[in-house]
Design a protein around this ligand. Structure first.
Ligand code: PMM
Length: 279
């Protein structure tokens, strides 16, 4: 179990609940699209067992276009402030340095950047100065174009190598290596078979020597696995499958899982801990 600066030690895989303050997120978009409702949603996730709450204002679903920076700030900062004021451990899900900086000022204690510092050249410096944990995800480009980048020979080796390069880059940029969390980026420039191979090889990421965040919640590959007659279930009908991945990820040593529906995953990580303790 790894300890990250400024974060509690949970003694098991942590549960990161998702609050997407967006009108268009693929799985829960539109439902929490105002500050009061979003703060309430975050508190409900904590009541359900979330250890930390990840607040984002930009949808990254395949094909999504980018939101304007001021609009992202308007969505995210008040929700971060409201949740932090209630004592919630808050992370901010953003690719923008200015949003990360203002969210940290508002009380966020972790920056989660799906681009791993690639989208905004100022991000690494902001995170280094803030001295907060930094989730660096495997990323090959913005949502508009990412499906065309899902080309791999050996997906596990390539994702690990590309993450190692990002780890080196953020550390060269001044981020304390002890602050870095890595993430295979399920669904980002990946087809279902790639996502499944990455989940099957979570242990291989131990070679990078950093904690791993696994974010499978409601993603397309689960729809693919569950499809009946070629039709995948809707995003909100993938929560049991998500909890199954949470159990696997926790069992395989993931530091945290990021999910929209927390309750079943909170149970899954506890079961995984109990099974691990009985080895
Ligand atoms: N996926 C989404 C958003 N943020 N952050 C990390 N670290 N890893 C992910 O895989 C990830 C993320 C997209 O899912 P959503 O729109 O359902 O939140």
């Amino acid at each position: 179990m790894s300890t990250l600066r400024g974060l509690p030690e949970w003694g098991r895989c942590a549960v990161m609940g998702v609050v997407n303050v967006t009108p268009d997120s693929f799985s829960d978009g539109g439902r929490w699209f105002d500050t009061t409702a979003a703060v309430k949603r975050g508190l409900d996730l904590v009541a359900d067992g979330a250890d930390l709450v990840d607040v984002g204002g930009e949808s990254t679903r395949p094909g999504a276009s980018r939101v304007d920076e001021d609009e992202e700030l308007r969505r995210v900062v008040p929700v971060v402030r409201g949740l932090a004021a209630e004592g919630v451990t808050v992370s901010v899900d953003t690719m923008r340095a200015r949003v990360a900086e203002q969210a940290v000022e508002a009380g966020a204690v972790l920056v989660n950047d799906v681009s791993g510092g690639l989208a905004d050249p100022a991000m690494i410096g902001v995170v280094a100065t803030a001295g907060v944990p930094f989730v660096v995800m495997h990323w090959r480009g913005f949502s508009e174009s990412m499906n065309s980048r899902a080309v791999y020979g050996d997906v596990v080796t390539e994702v690990i190598d590309e993450l190692r390069a990002r780890l080196d880059a953020v550390v060269d940029g001044g981020v304390d290596p002890e602050c870095v969390v890595l993430d295979p980026g399920l669904g980002f420039a990946k087809e279902a078979r790639h996502d499944l191979a990455l989940v099957a090889h979570i242990r291989d990421f131990d070679a990078l020597g950093r904690p791993l965040l696994v974010a499978a919640s409601r993603k397309r590959f689960l729809g693919h696995v569950l499809a009946k007659d070629g039709t995948p279930p809707r995003a909100r009908e993938r929560d049991a499958a998500t909890a199954a991945i949470s159990a696997i990820a926790a069992h395989e040593g993931a530091w945290a899982v990021r999910v929209h529906e927390v309750r079943a995953t909170a149970d899954a990580v506890r079961v995984a801990r109990a099974v691990g303790a009985a080895r």
